[in-house]
Design a protein around this ligand. Structure first.
Ligand SMILES: Cc1ncc(COP(=O)(O)O)c(C=O)c1O
Length: 449
């Protein structure tokens, strides 16, 4: 055994253990920190200098495990995920090709099959990991465009809701489609997608001679955590022979758990689903997958042949199943987390987040604050519509909450300033939530500038 290697790793684990352990006593967002130099020096640094630099950098890092860290969809990582990241880096296998990752390639294929089948996409379903939900959405639309025979049609459009994630606009641009190729269906006043308006949009596009390469439903919108009426969208798609993609970056994990699946009903009828374990399951970033009812669409869209690699034993090279070539073993942390949690642990994590969101909603004071509709673990809060002080209130409330150890984010929804709490942090207790609700109440009587 290499003693120096083990000793350095142990020192790093010690640093991490201290950083995680002290988080609750530090500011939820870093204040001042010592930023180490970005560039290398002429000679190697000692291990002690490296550790000092690391400590400085960690002092300036965002602390997802602080109990008041509620701003974004970035929960603390599970311990087994951290361990798996270390092991994956040490193994340094490459999921590009089976010869570079024999056991991990097999594991990846097996786990993708299990996930796709578990969420209900059918007995042939499978998929591929991707480094983030934006990439999964892009690959889904590339598959959809080829499968619908529109790969070379510049008139093709994607139909989605006005609350869909910005990654779809990026995907359409990368695919070389014009700006108007992303067609946003208007929302109902509560922020939900209207199936009748979707049907009307599809009718109008047919009249205009614009073929639809995919309809994209969202299982968990980024600001409100709303789930589109997926069964209605699935009906429309099957009636009209359209590809149905569900961006489930936030909510698709609910379909893994029997007593949470109802939240994303209809997702099982999709042709493709983006699922991000990094958002609610505590798997460290990045962890996303594109899962497909017919996984041969991946090969059909992305296979190039890899003439510099041995033929794979299990079908096709991992690097021919998506846009990425070299890929690290993201599957290792996902597999270890899921094995560690079991179905019951996944249910506890997801159920706990939903319960915290329901508790916060229930204890939020009216009538000075309004809680927007939400279907998952996001709670979005604003001043009642029409009150003229929404911007100064939000700034004052945000500042008060930060001083008291709570960080909420400040999204704008169609120009309306809001505060958003994401309740995916298991360190947030019922007492924290009560304090948060009390502070929000206080915020409504702060003097505003
Ligand atoms: C609904 C939805 N889809 C896609 C994404 C993009 O995921 P990523 O940031 O992993 O690329 C996000 C990110 O927040 C999201 O909320």
């Amino acid at each position: 055994m290499d003693g120096a290697l083990v000793s350095f790793l142990q020192d790093c684990i010690g640093l991490l253990g201290r950083w995680l352990g002290e988080s609750a006593d530090q500011g939820v967002r870093p204040l001042l920190s010592v930023q180490p130099a970005a560039e290398p020096e002429a000679l190697p640094l000692t291990e002690q200098r490296l550790l000092n630099d690391l400590q400085g950098l960690m002092g300036g890092a965002f602390r997802p495990n602080h109990p008041g860290a509620l701003a974004h969809l970035d929960p603390p990582a599970l311990t087994v995920s951290m361990a798996a990241e270390l092991l994956a880096a040490g193994l340094n296998n490459n999921l590009l090709a089976e010869e570079l990752s024999p056991s991990l390639s097999r594991l990846e294929r097996g786990l993708c099959r299990w996930l796709a089948q578990r969420i209900g996409l059918g007995t042939e379903a499978s998929g591929v990991p991707a480094s983030g939900g934006s990439l999964s959405n892009l690959m889904a639309l590339v598959c959809a465009r080829r499968a619908t025979g529109l790969a070379h049609d510049p008139r093709a459009v994607v139909v989605t809701s006005a609350a869909a994630h910005v990654s779809l606009a990026k995907a359409v641009a990368v695919m070389g489609l014009p700006g108007d190729a992303l067609v946003a269906v208007p929302l109902r006043p509560d922020g939900r997608l209207d199936p009748a308006a979707t049907a009307e949009t599809l009718r109008r596009l047919r009249q205009q001679g614009r073929p639809v390469l995919a309809v994209v439903g969202t299982a968990g919108t980024t600001v409100q955590g709303l789930v589109d009426p997926l069964p209605d969208l699935a009906d429309l798609c099957s009636e009209q022979g359209l590809w149905f993609h569900v961006d489930g970056a936030i909510g698709a994990v609910c379909a893994l758990v029997d007593d949470q699946r109802w939240r994303v009903r209809g997702l099982e009828r999709a042709d493709s689903v983006t699922l991000n374990p990094q958002k609610l399951l505590g798997v460290s970033k990045p962890s996303s997958l594109l899962l497909l009812r017919d996984p041969s669409q991946l090969e059909a869209s992305f296979a190039t042949g890899l003439p510099y690699m041995e033929a794979p034993r299990g079908g096709i090279h991992g690097g021919e199943l998506g846009l990425q070539g070299t890929r690290g073993a993201e599957v290792l942390k996902l597999w270890l987390c899921l094995r560690h949690l079991g179905l019951s642990g996944m249910g506890d994590l997801i159920g706990g987040a939903m319960e915290r969101a329901a508790n916060l909603r229930a204890s939020l004071p009216g009538p000075d604050l309004q809680c927007l509709a939400g279907d998952l673990h996001l709670v979005t809060i604003g001043r009642p519509e029409g009150s003229g002080d929404a911007v100064p209130w939000r700034e004052a409330a945000h500042g008060l909450l930060l001083r008291e150890g709570f960080w909420l984010s400040r999204p704008d929804l169609e120009g309306r300033p809001l505060l958003k709490a994401v309740l995916g942090n298991p360190y947030t207790t019922p007492e924290h939530l009560q304090r948060l609700a009390d502070l929000l109440q206080i915020s409504t009587s702060l003097p505003l500038r």
